[in-house]
Design a protein. Structure first.
Length: 300
């Protein structure tokens, strides 16, 4: 359906639309019915290089040529790339702060901050080591950047920034992870840690309310590939390398899973996941290039 393996995903709940970043395009998918609205050619895709500002109705996509594509809907409800912002560096994962409308673009061991109003680079923030994931919580004015240590003896980390001052709040040492999801209501950050020969995959939970040490929750899973959270309904979703999707419950206000857990076969590993709490829908972009829409009708 997508034409290529998905690298990143962002949803537009009000428009009932999903943006999927692939290796060579941004695929825009309408929900009702599920159908491709537009395929916007954009080479050099990067992991998690897509983000959406619901207040402005604007999507942003990273490109490996050092640019940030701006996607709007100029006419006839048809999305289009209407501007390209030169960053001067190669951008990676993206996040949007819907309060300030700033775009946070990872680039190596730094965060490039772009104003969604002026469409210009505002600042570049240093990091302890190469970063791979970023999320923003407009309600609390905090940004979370996950990365690996600069050297073999340095810990992986989560750095928290204040989105108003763009200053560091704290940096927390964590285990190496490969994907993340932010619970904006509880202000918890979930990090999916891959399986190793010594243990199954684990989920690291960072309690950003306290900016304290991480809590580790073990899950008997086969190599987590993606993770998403629906905090409204206390749900956590994670894909596995064997093609399974697991759905679990989260106890509100507590960093531990509930006893509720189910799994289903998708046919291919989920590379990206996004949950919409309003409709209780989950979008899974698979390694096969398919986009799967699931409805969570379980009680809770």
């Amino acid at each position: 359906m997508l034409g290529a393996e998905p690298l990143g995903i962002a949803i537009a709940p009000i428009r009932h639309r999903t943006f999927v970043r692939t290796t060579d395009a941004v695929v825009v998918v309408d929900w009702d019915p599920l159908a491709i609205r537009a395929t916007l050619a954009l080479a050099s895709g990067v992991k998690d290089g897509i983000a959406y500002d619901a207040q402005y109705g604007v999507a942003y996509a990273s490109a490996g040529d050092g640019t940030l594509a701006v996607i709007t809907t100029p006419r006839a409800d048809m999305p289009a790339i209407t501007q390209t912002i030169a960053l001067g560096v190669t951008p990676g994962a993206l996040a949007v702060d819907e309060r300030s409308h700033r775009v946070l673009a990872l680039s190596g061991s730094s965060v490039v901050v772009v104003s969604g109003n002026t469409r210009r680079v505002e600042a570049t923030l240093p990091l302890p080591g190469p970063a791979w994931g970023v999320a923003a919580n407009a309600a609390t004015g905090r940004a979370f950047v996950a990365g690996d240590g600069a050297g073999p003896r340095d810990s992986a980390y989560v750095r928290i920034y204040d989105l108003d001052s763009l200053r560091e709040v704290t940096t927390i040492g964590v285990s190496h992870a490969t994907s993340l999801a932010l619970d904006q209501e509880q202000n918890f950050l979930y990090l999916a840690e891959p399986s190793t020969a010594a243990h199954y995959g684990r989920i690291t939970v960072v309690d950003a309310r306290l900016a304290d040490a991480s809590t580790f929750v073990s899950f008997a899973v086969d190599g987590m590939t993606a993770i998403a959270v629906d905090s409204t309904h206390s749900r956590i979703y994670y894909g596995q390398q064997n093609g399974e999707l697991r759905l679990g419950g989260i106890r509100p206000g507590f960093v531990a899973p509930s006893d509720f857990s189910v799994s289903m076969r998708l046919g291919a590993p989920a590379r990206v996941l996004a949950a919409d709490a309003r409709t209780r829908r989950l979008f899974a972009g698979l390694a096969s290039g398919a986009l799967v829409l699931l409805e969570d009708r379980f009680p809770g």
